[in-house]
Design a binder for this molecule. Structure first.
Ligand SMILES: *[C@@H]1O[C@H](CO)[C@@H](O)[C@H](O)[C@H]1NC(C)=O
Ligand SMILES: *[C@@H]1O[C@H](CO)[C@@H](O)[C@H](O)[C@H]1NC(C)=O
Ligand SMILES: *[C@@H]1O[C@H](CO)[C@@H](O)[C@H](O)[C@H]1NC(C)=O
Ligand SMILES: *[C@@H]1O[C@H](CO)[C@@H](O)[C@H](O)[C@H]1NC(C)=O
Ligand SMILES: [Mn+2]
Length: 302
């Protein structure tokens, strides 16, 4: 074997070539992966591809947008309203370029409907990925695109009393309310003591006021009480206004105990579905009721 001065130089030149090839390969791999991740998003997906689509959407949003909205819809037995709500809202929010996903929080237990606890559950379910929520009735559709669903620096009441078709008192904050994650946690979410229809939103108003947050509302809106929303509340839908035990007195008081931190529930299952072209997640929830504390969760007990 000859030992020349040139050989070590030759050797390191080969190494250099291998490195160059490696770098070129890495470059094309990166370009290819970026293409898969970003460019292919613009193509249409069939509903069979929905899981891939959602994953891709999540990735893109992390790259391009810093805020994500979870639309939280407390729900039970409102199938026809849902069929209108989901496609309509998906289109409305996509049109506003709001990065969003709809979560239907479906109450499966046999207690009376508890809108407030369902919203607490929806918040806990989505809080890792979403930094603000819309507490959203399933039967209230915003008609005016001036109603913006952007990230709220203060709680933003979209269904304002002067715009809502039915409720006009100044402290009303029901229907549709946007609130960011930090503020929802600050006020300990909603009270869990409201079983049956009504008053949980009025108690939430007091929580927000006590925390010195400022409720904001749409201003300079070109529509009015008659044409800002469509209320698709079915005519045969009776509100559960029954009061039993000491519910009437108890639910008129400020609740400083219960809320986000102590909501008791079990998630039975969740399903991703698509209605027309609107993706949504149904979260099936069983709430628990402490009958000593809120016996009115079931007024039919003999
Ligand atoms: C996706 O679908 C829309 C309407 O459904 C159509 O206008 C558009 O051209 C489609 N885009 C691609 C990339 O197929
Ligand atoms: C709420 O509004 C008042 C008066 O405009 C202001 O002083 C206060 O700082 C605001 N609170 C927050 C949390 O922004
Ligand atoms: C209110 O809205 C109208 C159009 O709807 C606009 O021309 C006007 O400048 C707005 N006023 C304010 C104070 O934003
Ligand atoms: C609301 O706006 C509509 C359309 O502009 C108008 O016809 C109607 O009179 C208004 N209603 C009220 C109560 O102002
Ligand atoms: Mn209604």
């Amino acid at each position: 074997m000859r030992h020349t001065r040139g050989k070590p130089i030759c050797f390191s030149f080969n190494t250099f070539l291998v490195l160059v090839v490696f770098v070129i390969l890495m470059f094309f791999t990166t370009v290819y992966l970026s293409y898969r991740l970003l460019i292919k998003e613009q193509c249409n997906y069939s509903s069979y591809d929905i899981t891939r689509y959602q994953i891709a959407q999540t990735r893109t949003s992390r790259l391009t947008s810093k805020h994500r909205l979870a639309v939280i819809v407390p729900f039970r037995n409102r199938f026809e309203e849902l069929l209108q709500f989901a496609p309509y809202m998906h289109k409305f929010l996509t049109n506003q370029r709001v990065d969003h996903h709809i979560f239907l929080i479906n109450q499966m237990d046999l207690f009376r409907f508890n809108r407030a606890s369902l919203i607490n559950v929806g918040f806990l379910y989505t809080r890792q990925e979403f930094d603000y929520i819309a507490m959203h009735d399933v039967d209230l559709l915003p008609l005016n695109n001036e109603l913006r669903y952007d990230y709220p620096s203060q709680p933003f009441h979209i269904a304002a009393p002067e715009l809502h078709p039915r409720y006009h008192y100044q402290k009303f904050i029901g229907g549709i309310l946007l609130i960011n994650r930090e503020h929802y946690e600050l006020v300990n979410g909603l009270s869990n003591r409201y079983w049956g229809w009504g008053l949980e939103d009025d108690e939430f108003y007091v929580r927000i006021k006590n925390a010195h947050l400022n409720i904001t509302r749409p201003n300079n809106i070109s529509t009015n009480v008659t044409n800002t929303f469509r209320h698709i509340h079915g005519k045969n839908r009776k509100r559960d206004t029954t009061k039993c035990y000491n519910q009437r007195e108890s639910t008129r008081k400020r609740d400083r105990q219960t809320g986000l931190h102590d909501v008791r529930y079990k998630i039975i299952s969740s399903n991703n579905l698509v209605i027309d072209d609107a993706p949504l997640t149904v979260v099936n929830v069983q709430l628990f009721c402490d009958r000593n504390s809120t016996p009115w969760c079931d007024c039919d007990v003999k």
